[in-house]
Design a protein around this ligand. Structure first.
Ligand SMILES: [Zn+2]
Length: 144
């Protein structure tokens, strides 16, 4: 669903029909600061990019029956550089989320995501880290 003229991110996000997610789970990250560089709200033309990723996270919440905590979402390019991430990051395109599922290891979460991707549920990137999982919906598969 596209944003209405002058619609805020919060208003737009909360009418997308997600089962669990509310905008404030993402918006806190838009004002993060690193080394004096402040992140920002994504530009309107990127908002739609995050919808398929959030739908998968919604399904993960259903699957595990656990809460899910987001640790990174959209990064404006200067902020992305300030944290040492490459310019091509899917976070800059607002297609990526880093998160944990409460009480579930990143290995288990990423295994479920890889299974769903193999079944054709989505196309995109899955990154397994010691303390979180990265998920994005780029238009090809990537795994790390
Ligand atoms: Zn990430």
């Amino acid at each position: 669903m596209k944003p209405r003229p002058n619609e805020s991110f919060t208003s737009w996000f909360d009418r997308q029909g997600f089962k669990h997610f509310k905008s404030d789970e993402l918006t806190w990250y838009f004002s993060k600061v690193r080394n004096g560089v402040k992140n920002s709200t994504p530009p309107r033309e990127l908002w739609i990019n995050i919808v398929p990723t959030i739908k998968i996270l919604d399904d993960l919440r259903e699957h595990f029956g656990k809460s899910l905590e987001i640790s990174s979402t959209y990064r404006a390019l200067p902020y992305n550089r300030a944290i040492g991430s490459p310019d091509g990051s899917m976070h800059v395109k607002f297609k990526a989320v880093d998160f944990i599922v409460s009480g579930i290891s990143p290995a288990t979460v990423s295994a479920v995501l890889r299974k769903w991707r193999n079944e054709g549920k989505f196309v995109g990137g899955i990154g397994k880290y010691p303390t979180f999982v990265h998920l994005d919906t780029r238009d090809y598969n990537a795994t790390w």
